[in-house]
Design a protein. Sequence first.
Length: 115
Amino acid sequence: MLKRDNHSNLMVVDLTDKVSVSTGVPRENHAALRSGFVGYPANPRWNVTKFCAWRTGRQWREALAQGKMVVRRTDSMLVPATEQGDSQEEELPSSTILFASYILAGSLLAVGQAA
């Protein structure tokens, strides 16, 4: 679940069972990062660093939905779309597109029910 990357303080964190990311977010804030990525609301008792990690996860989820970030087919890593390369075929496996749509639809339903 947690591996060190080649860069100085970067760790590979599993955002979901199908998506990982390389990040410098401290280990104690990884749960907040995952919560933001899957669409859970922020916890009002979190400190500033946990809230920033949650917001980062939320921004990554939005970037994935907008096509600014993609999940690499080779290692399921979330990366910027420009880092992916020329091949459009390699960008997103269909299961990841469905999974991202499921996450977004679920979070929109939760927001609609809360209103």
